[in-house]
Design a protein around this ligand. Structure first.
Ligand SMILES: [Zn+2]
Length: 145
């Protein structure tokens, strides 16, 4: 009588494959009345063909806005933490043409620009605040249905 044992099959490790970087999406833009193709990030929602820019450095990319509706005692909820991706590819400011996250505390027009490190630091503080808020709510007695 022979006994068959489950012997794990040897598999050679899958070869490491690094995908090529995504090719930039090319879209039509209008500069001084001339249609040209420009790279546009996948998160951009701007219809560049609907603009007629004076110069190519005036071109900017903006993403979809997100916000948090906060209930108020009177009136409609207030939208806070309004944020979106943004990029001015030819800018020479602190972002040097790189994308950033634009953040408005409330709909006041006072926009700050956050890079990876400052944006992540703010997100961590906001998450801690929401966790503390949830802990407050969890102290409430259950509501009857
Ligand atoms: Zn764009």
């Amino acid at each position: 009588m022979s006994v068959l044992h489950d012997v794990p099959t040897q598999q050679s490790p899958a070869p490491a494959v690094t995908p090529p970087p995504p090719s930039p999406r090319l879209v039509a833009a209008v500069v001084r009345g001339q249609r040209i193709a420009v790279p546009c990030p996948s998160w951009c929602v701007v219809d560049h063909s609907a603009e007629n820019l004076a110069d190519l450095p005036d071109l900017s990319h903006y993403g979809r806005r997100i916000s948090l509706a906060v209930p108020q005692f009177s009136g409609d909820p207030e939208l806070v933490l309004i944020a979106y991706m943004a990029q001015w590819p030819w800018a020479t400011d602190e972002h040097e043409g790189r994308p950033y996250v634009a953040l408005e505390a409330c709909d006041s027009g006072d926009v700050t620009e956050l890079g990876k490190r400052t944006g992540r630091a703010f997100a961590d503080r906001a998450l801690a605040h929401l966790a503390a808020f949830a802990a407050l709510v969890d102290q409430l007695p259950e509501e009857s249905a």
